[in-house]
Design a protein around this ligand. Sequence first.
Ligand code: CA
Ligand code: CA
Ligand code: CA
Length: 364
Amino acid sequence: MKYFSFLLVILFCSSCSKSLEEKCFIQENENYFNGSEIEEPFDMEEIIKNKPDYLEITKLKKYRSFKIDSIESSNIRYDLQKSERYLKDQDSIYSDFNDKFFNQFEYSFKQISGNSKYALGRNGLGYWLLEIKNKKASAYFLGLSFSHYYFNKIQGSPIIQDGFLQLEGSLVKIVKVSGLPGYDDYSVLDDGKLFKIKLEDLIKDSDQDGFNDIFENSFGLDPDKKDTDDDGIDDFHDHNPLFKSEKNKFTELYEDLISQHLGIVKENLDKMAYFILPYETDCDYFKNIDPDAKVLIMPTEKSEQPYYVQVTDIFNGGYSKFKKDDKNPNLFYIHESGGGGIIDYSVEFKNGVWILKNIGGIVS
Ligand SMILES: [Ca+2]
Ligand SMILES: [Ca+2]
Ligand SMILES: [Ca+2]
């Protein structure tokens, strides 16, 4: 029995007992590429069992089926002329939202009621209710994973009604296309649903830091504390709200890599409050960065991640551990994946700065 519990401790603590050296640098016989495993998607019972308390799901008598809705929207996507016209229409319909949110979201279902304008927004993290009220723009996170919830492209009624956000759609599961990360397909588990969230629950921001409670709970921030990591910067303005930043040569290297990856987005970051990059890492140097763009840094162990992060495929790439050069102690190799390809860098610390060199990779 003693032996058994000892084994359990080791199993559960495999990441926490690792040294900084092991968490940040490739060890002998360790693979450079960290392939992510594909997990079995949830079935309907599991989705319902795990659904958030604030979400009501009812059955619609008359509805647009998942099949019809998704076929029509993929017809637009794969027809060049149709998709160009669609994008042009979108630009003109949502110009007011683009002014306020600066192209951070894909928009749908614009609605004007009283002195408020609403739309549903989608970005890399998920769905948001967008509101422009008396010229003030706010975004409220829905906390509903696109791996489980599908909203019809055409809605039968206005999305804001009687104090609720209501969306027609289906419960779905992701069908991964093997070898093509990002090219996910969906299959329907249950059609003809109405998803309702009370606006009061959705806009609730207990600590008044600018992120709604649902967002904070979805990503492991503290909904009752403006400044989760106690670094003096409130969650909404903190570029790394979960960890205090530290300055050393390796945090600087990660900051340089992310900065390089951002490209032209970098010039407009101050207008993009909801542009947030999620990363998975256990390396403390990476966790303690103070980057140009906002980041949310999650543990690599799934069971340690917040539920929303566990079930939603939000990670769009990241960085490998450092590989040390055999001879030069200031020379390392690192592998970047995501954002349209993979890049191998050699990085050398010389006269107090990092010199990054692209030494290969694949552009997809
Ligand atoms: Ca908040
Ligand atoms: Ca907070
Ligand atoms: Ca902070």
